[in-house]
Design a protein around this ligand. Structure first.
Ligand code: BMA
Length: 339
């Protein structure tokens, strides 16, 4: 069975063919990385850990802007080609359901996911501790906050791009209020994006050293005829601090708490100057993909060293083959995840 993306064609997504130089895994970097450099907007020192989607024949996204007072917020950005980004000068003016201003405090690491006709921005924020915040938009002007889905402490929430068995489905990573020296990925369901339950364990920190401290959801899972392709981050602890790499797994299509394949090798790990040098060295943190069903091309957007946005490419068939070839799953990975 040849592997296929189930989703729209995005023929104008960014792309560059694989270079002839050796690569550590199935992903290769865009040769002109980073795609967003320092001081990208007035009052914003760095943009990283950000998420994009195809919108109206072009691309748009929600960006983690580290303001010059050191506080992160969510900014809007647009692009004709997915590479040159025009970042708004103002923070996204989130409102409550009555239309009153309701800015999240200390908001970071946004994801951006379309389910049916609505676009959801989901981020981490302060809610008496590190927690998940959410907003929805249909016109990219009004961003209406939703109730925070979980009590503290939780981070790395990633919505699936369609309902499963009639419910919205969200990955998250329970954490602590600091730099969290542990962490597994869980999945929760909601009929309405307000009330969340049916919590299940998806997978724990890995047996492999590169993901042995903690893991967390990354890009919105990509629907394929093999299951949900999930790019996530895995963290190892070195004598000089954490190292963040990109991992890959394939989740069951109807029951995403069950892991079918999990690559014991990283898919991408810090190598380039913009990944190894920056505000926090040795971090690559995936938050989104663009992908084209017709060609199986995938572009992964990742934060680099908490300072830049990087872009990497891969082909669906090669990536799935690599994950399967190097897969090892534990009983905890493959079970339904309830105790
Ligand atoms: C995590 C998050 C990310 C960040 C990473 C590395 O805890 O805060 O935003 O990229 O640490 O600093």
């Amino acid at each position: 069975m040849s592997v296929k993306i189930i989703g729209p064609d995005v023929p104008n997504m960014p792309w560059q063919d694989k270079p002839s130089t050796p690569q550590a895994g199935p992903l290769w970097r865009y040769s002109e990385n980073p795609v967003i450099g320092r001081n990208p907007a007035p009052g914003v020192a760095r943009i990283f850990n950000s998420a994009v989607l195809p919108v109206g024949g072009k691309f748009a996204g929600v960006f983690r802007g580290e303001q010059t007072d050191g506080v992160p917020h969510i900014y809007w950005g647009e692009s004709g080609d997915g590479i040159q980004w025009d970042i708004s000068n103002e923070r996204i003016p989130f409102t409550d359901e009555k239309g009153e201003p309701f800015l999240p405090r200390y908001a970071y690491d946004p994801r951006f996911i379309k389910v049916e006709d609505t676009y959801y921005a989901i981020w981490c924020q302060d809610f008496y501790g590190a927690s998940i915040g959410m907003a929805k938009t249909t016109d990219f002007k009004t961003f209406t906050r939703l109730e925070n889905p979980f009590i503290p402490y939780n981070r790395n929430a990633v919505l699936f791009p369609r309902k499963i068995n009639g419910n919205f489905v969200l990955l998250s990573r329970p954490s602590d209020s600091g730099h969290t020296p542990f962490g597994d990925i869980f999945v929760s369901e909601s009929p309405d994006m307000v009330y969340w339950g049916k919590h299940r364990h998806v997978m724990g920190r890995g047996q492999a050293w590169w993901e042995s401290v903690k893991i967390g959801g990354g890009a919105a899972p990509i629907e394929t005829n093999e299951g949900w392709l999930m790019f996530y981050h895995g963290v190892s602890g070195t004598c000089n601090g954490f190292v963040y790499s990109i991992g890959g797994a394939i989740l069951d299509i109807d029951n995403p708490s069950m892991v079918k394949y999990r690559c014991r090798r990283f898919l991408l790990t810090p190598e380039e100057w913009y990944e190894e040098r920056g505000f926090v060295p040795n971090v690559i943190f995936p938050c989104a993909t663009l992908h084209d069903a017709a060609t199986g091309r995938i572009a992964v957007y990742y934060g680099a060293a908490d300072s830049y946005v990087g872009l990497a490419f891969c082909k669906l068939d090669e990536t799935v083959a690599y994950i399967k070839e190097h897969s090892s799953v534990t009983e905890e990975d493959t079970e339904i995840g309830i105790r």
